[in-house]
Write a protein that binds this ligand. Sequence first.
Ligand code: PMP
Length: 406
Amino acid sequence: TNAIDWNAVRADFPLLAREVNGKPLVYLDSANTSQKPAAVIETVDDFFRRHNANVSRAVHTLGSEATEAYEGARRTLAAFLGVRSDELVLCSGTTFAINLVAYSWALPRLKPGDAILLSRMEHHANIVPWQLVAQRTGATIKVAELHQDGTLDLDALHAAMTPEVKLLGITHVSNVLGTINPIAAICREARKRGIVTVVDGSQAAPHMPLDIPSLGCDFYAITGHKMCGPTGTGALWARREHLEAMPPFLGGGEMIKEVRFDGTVFNDPPHRFEAGTPNIAGHIGLGAAVDFLSSLGMQDIAAREHALLTHATEQLLKIDGLRIIGTAPEKAAVISFLVDGAHAHDLATLLDLEGVAVRSGHHCAHPLMQFYGVPATCRASFAFYNTHDEVDAFVAALRKVRRLLG
Ligand code: PMP
């Protein structure tokens, strides 16, 4: 990654220049939400200053500029993910995307006796929608367990793919453990057994090169705010045949061809699933975020973050009484940790006084906390705009906080 001047890249993020509690900010919560480069902020600003209009409705100049920019963002995102833009539903993020699959694909299809298979490491966004659907259809939920290092027990997962299983919900990358799951191999096994796969790509899309078709999944969900885009943006990719077969989730404007009181003709996908006025500025901003990430290259971003992960892991393991939860060999730059005798929230609060932002809590993954028998962890998550010096500042702050806590 010699070619990229990462300090210059970092300087593109205005917020990273600020101080917190009189200390230079060390932002290690990018798995929660990423910071935004000036290009994204300026794109959103420029939209509202110069182009603001609704999409797909008005024939006037601003209306067509807004529509062109919004549809351009869809094409940019589709190219980034390696998919067709008419297979990409824009929506508010992963939570919406998974609920769309749950209500439009699963709810009309599942019956009593069917099962939905989930992994132990899923985010609540890939658990609760399935529970709601299970309650309404009489289907049951099955869980695929983990090894202690935070990798999936693949033998158990494949053994759990029994004939009653109709759908597998699986995360590409764990937001707590950082584990990168072998999605292509898992989807191959599922496909052999006729199981439809829903992949939560929230923590993968921001951090690695993606080519969704090569994964062999049926559905893939992403959220824009973790990939340098605005909040309230994201997408669901689905195979065209699924989208064609799915009834709408929400009804309203934009998603119809013709409305009569005796029956409505729905629009074609993806518009069928985009009722109402969308987050136009947000998605145009997401398009700018994707251009920004692409200009760096996802391979170089992944290498940069891997170097930060390695450095941070080595430094943290030198701290007595510190335990890392999630030690998979294939890991994204996420480190969940516990320190003997210290509550995760106390650690995070005291680290904040040192200017270091880490998340503490259950990370929307209660079943995973139950697996490790802990109520909460501290989590430091890194992005390419972090530096080795910040890792060192974080480790020094953690040593100081440890002393304070006795
Ligand atoms: N899945 C995973 C793995 C996540 O990390 C997150 C965000 N914390 C989500 C789903 C939900 O994303 P959003 O709230 O943006 O819909």
